[in-house]
Unconditional design. Structure first.
Length: 306
């Protein structure tokens, strides 16, 4: 007969052994595989295929399926111009939604252009621009997107356009908030490529549904002035609701030749940011397909370093 104390110890030891055995079974899935979580996911921006789309070699409706089938990317970013004014056509939008749902593809955002300047210093023109964007908020909501990307453009002095942009973005963000759709601004030339200027706009709008889309490559303010891209990304990251991984060309090691991606992602990581990083290939030396593959390979390699 086992004494009471020894029996308790025996049961305790047996329990530890059983737990250890169970842990050994679970560890390959529950511990090791989940120990490291990627701090960003990769999406594909439709603009990467703008040449093929403009040339009629690719159909807008086929883009999300191509992203998944050819590149293994199941998060997509659309460009408004490629909807060809069918964003309010129920049948067209239903077809796009059905295709993406059937393939398990996540519709992430719509990049909106040519709907007027949200920083227009003319009050009537600016209000028209704001209203022109409403249909894109509605389209994004229907497709299950979380975000539309807009521009904070306008003519005038930096302060005049800033005041106008705060008003225009503020009004559009109020509508976005009602629909639970983010309104984000990309550094996209002009004043918006000045990181301090755009971050000041964000601070003044002060709406949780208004943010930025730092683009690694768009820091040309004017023909003669280019903003420091690394400083710009650092200034925009506190408001970022996405990141655009712009790429043009690559060396033999697979690194982007114009942008230090490791330095960029050190900045992104230091901002304690997590989210979706969109591939936006815009080069001319490689085909659009090869450019996307090179960019994805670089992002996959970057992920392994964190």
């Amino acid at each position: 007969m086992i004494k009471s104390t020894n029996r308790r110890n025996f049961i305790k030891d047996l329990g530890l052994l059983t737990a250890a055995a169970g842990l050994t079974t679970l560890m390959p899935f529950d511990v090791f595989a989940l120990a490291k979580k990627d701090f960003f996911k990769i999406s594909l921006a439709e603009w990467s295929f703008h040449k093929a789309l403009f040339a009629g070699k690719m159909n807008h409706l086929d883009f999300p399926l191509k992203a998944k089938a050819d590149f293994g990317i199941d998060i997509v970013e659309y460009v408004s111009v490629f909807f060809k004014k069918q964003e309010s056509d129920p049948a067209y939008m239903k077809e796009l939604l059905t295709r993406t749902k059937n393939e398990g593809i996540q519709n992430h955002l719509i990049m909106v252009d040519a709907e007027g300047n949200l920083g227009d210093t003319d009050d009537a023109a600016r209000l028209t621009a704001v209203k022109n964007h409403y249909k894109w908020v509605d389209a994004a909501k229907y497709l299950g997107c979380k975000t539309i990307r807009v521009n904070a453009a306008g003519k005038g002095t930096a302060e005049e356009v800033k005041t106008a942009a705060v008003d225009g973005l503020g009004k559009l963000s109020e509508y976005g908030q009602q629909q639970k759709i983010n309104i984000i601004v990309e550094n996209h030339g002009g004043y918006s490529s000045d990181g301090k200027w755009l971050s000041d706009v964000m601070k003044q709008v002060n709406n949780p549904f208004c943010g930025t889309l730092p683009d690694f490559g768009n820091f040309r303010i004017s023909k003669d002035q280019e903003y420091d891209r690394y400083l710009g990304v650092k200034e925009l990251m506190p408001f970022a609701k996405g990141v655009s991984a712009k790429s043009h060309d690559f060396n033999e090691q697979g690194d982007e030749t114009n942008i230090d991606y490791k330095k960029m992602f050190d900045i992104v990581k230091a901002a304690n940011w997590t989210g979706i990083v969109g591939i936006e290939y815009e080069g001319s030396k490689l085909s659009e397909e090869e450019g996307v593959r090179k960019t994805k390979a670089l992002l996959d390699r970057i992920l392994k370093q964190y």
